[in-house]
Design a protein around this ligand. Structure first.
Ligand SMILES: C[S@@+](CC[C@H](N)C(=O)[O-])C[C@H]1O[C@@H](n2cnc3c(N)ncnc32)[C@H](O)[C@@H]1O
Length: 280
């Protein structure tokens, strides 16, 4: 509201967010108030007594209404942090999740190639490929996705991260337009079952369904990828797949049926098995 101080606005919004069951209500309030003023959430404390002008108050009201309708902060602001980088989001790209950073860490540990060619299947915002290109200065990579907006969005994100000269993004139904072998293959494919969808937080409904759902058992995308992957790998290729809760056994079994060996299972920071590392 116009005329409110920063401290009062943060208190009012965090109470309102908490009432509708939003986790981290105070942090979300600080992020939105900070953004309305053009400062970070952490810096709002330095502006506690500052009075919100009309423009900031209007922006804040509109964002707060969207958050109360359970739209995630990243969607409201149109961007999300991943691996210390900022990624633009579009309606047809998944909002990157911190859990997926386990894949980046696993690849960095397993890859011994100084200048690997990396393939990212289902690239979305390009977050996995771009984080890897940022960390491995001589790597080059291809990100593919079938979502219409993803390719342009990922290309803009690569430019923002300064890796655009080493990244290519194309629209492709998995391997449809892929034509060479790679040293590293990463994928965070859709892996929720239709039944899972009913149990998710309301925020997840703002992600595109095509980025989330993979058939009745959530494994359709793993089957599609692993059954067609062989021609695109060579002897030492590092293959890293993100997996959902309780999917380790099912995905390992699909991988084994296509003669891929399980090299390691890596956990995310919450301790869940999150990344399956495979060898050809
Ligand atoms: C779970 S999201 C992952 C996005 C991004 N890699 C990340 O980690 O945030 C899965 C992605 O796979 C893409 N996808 C789904 N089916 C596909 C297909 N048949 N071919 C290519 N991409 C596909 C979706 O559009 C979506 O961007």
């Amino acid at each position: 509201m116009s005329g409110e101080t920063v401290a009062v606005a943060i208190k009012r919004l965090s109470d309102a967010f908490a009432r509708v069951g939003i986790d981290n209500a105070r942090l979300d309030a600080r992020i939105l108030v900070g953004r309305a003023l053009g400062v970070s959430a952490g810096e709002t404390a330095l502006h506690a007594d500052r009075v919100l002008d009309d423009g900031s108050a209007q922006r804040l009201t509109s964002w707060a209404d969207r958050r109360l309708a359970r739209e995630p902060i990243g969607r409201i602001l149109g961007e999300r942090e991943f691996w210390g980088l900022t990624f633009e989001l579009l309606p047809d790209t998944l909002e990157p999740r911190p859990d997926s950073e386990a894949l980046v860490a696993a690849v960095l540990e397993a890859n011994k190639n100084r200048a690997p060619r990396i393939l990212d299947l289902g690239t979305g915002t390009g977050c996995l490929l771009i984080a890897l290109l940022k960390e491995i200065p001589e790597a080059r990579g291809l990100g593919i996705d079938q979502a219409p907006g993803a390719v342009a969005c990922a290309a803009r994100n690569a430019a923002r991260a300064g890796v655009e000269a080493r990244a290519e993004f194309i629209r492709s139904d998995w391997f449809e337009h892929v034509a060479r072998t790679f040293d590293v293959v990463v994928s965070n494919p859709p892996y929720l079952s239709t039944a899972d969808m009913a149990t998710l937080a309301p925020e997840v409904s703002f992600d595109p369904a095509a980025a989330l759902i993979a058939g009745e058992d959530g494994c359709d995308a793993y089957r599609a990828i692993l059954s067609r992957l062989r021609p695109f790998v060579r002897g030492g290729t590092v293959i890293a797949l993100e997996i959902g809760a309780n999917q380790c056994e099912a995905v390992s079994s699909i991988a084994s049926s296509h003669r891929f060996k399980i090299a390691a299972i890596k956990r995310d920071l919450a301790g869940h098995s999150r990344c399956l590392l495979l060898m050809p």
